[in-house]
Design a protein around this ligand. Structure first.
Ligand code: ADP
Ligand code: MG
Length: 237
């Protein structure tokens, strides 16, 4: 059984004629399945952005919220590491002017103020759906390992704990997670839990067509999902 709030989030997107969730909606949904997402809120003014930042605690990250913008940093829609109220004010306006310049057609719904996660090894957890076989969950280490070397592992959903462990161990760049070259040793059990929660979310949410948590930051203790994108199936008539 899934929480009623999951259906509310999905229904609201469909009612809005969107087939993708905003990042804050995708993160709320992920959070309902136990995934460790960053906290934050969407605001519509500089003053509210500052209020939100105070509540979250500095430093914060600001991101554009727009139905037309799925790749936010491509349009200057992400500013990280804002450490003061003045930086939040400047950053807020900078994002709006970047988006106005690069995507004048985009409708701006607000600015997502969120907790800044300390930098660490970035991993990617994603999922795609095949009409016959259903969801496949994907795991890899961010940056060149995924983009250039395509060093990723896949499993059909649902996955078991041993499947999740295998997925993590079988990528060629696994040594990075073990702490090679001065990288912090990754909390493997947090990664396993992330993969299992993701699998469970996919089982419970047939409305999802595509999922992309990119990146998930992995620490010596714990993990943090700092970006989440969810594409929905066409609504049923
Ligand atoms: P995009 O839509 O372009 O993928 P992201 O939300 O992934 O935008 O942000 C771009 C980059 O900024 C991320 O890959 C990550 O390195 C960094 N980042 C984003 N959000 C946070 C956060 N809350 N804490 C720390 N770093 C972040
Ligand atoms: Mg991203």
């Amino acid at each position: 059984m899934r929480p009623e709030r999951v259906s509310e989030i999905i229904r609201a997107a469909y009612a809005d004629k969107r087939n993708s969730l905003y990042e804050h909606e995708a993160k709320e949904l992920c959070g309902l399945f136990g995934l460790p997402v960053t906290k934050g809120s969407v605001v519509n003014s500089e003053d509210k952005a500052i209020e939100a930042a105070r509540k979250i605690g500095f430093p914060v990250v600001l991101k554009i919220v727009s139905p037309q913008i799925l790749h936010k940093s491509d349009v200057g829609g992400v500013i990280i590491n804002l450490t003061t109220e003045q930086e939040v004010r400047t950053g807020y306006n900078k994002i709006l002017s970047n988006v106005k310049e690069k995507r004048p057609d985009a409708k701006v719904e607000g600015i997502f103020v969120q907790e800044m996660a300390p930098s660490s090894t970035e991993v990617i957890v994603g999922a795609t759906k095949d009409p016959t076989f259903g969801f496949t969950v994907m795991f890899g280490i961010g940056g060149i390992f995924v983009e250039i070397l395509k060093d990723v592992s896949f499993r059909l959903v649902p996955i078991t704990r041993p499947d999740a462990i295998d997925m993590i161990h079988e990528i060629k760049s696994y040594k990075i997670l073990e702490g090679a070259r001065g990288m912090p040793k990754a909390d493997e059990s947090a990664l396993v839990d992330t993969l299992l929660s993701t699998s469970n979310m996919l089982v419970e949410c047939p409305e999802i067509k595509e999922l992309d948590m990119n990146p998930v930051l992995i620490y010596e203790k714990g993990a943090k999902v700092v970006d989440a994108r969810i594409i929905l199936e066409e609504p049923k008539a």
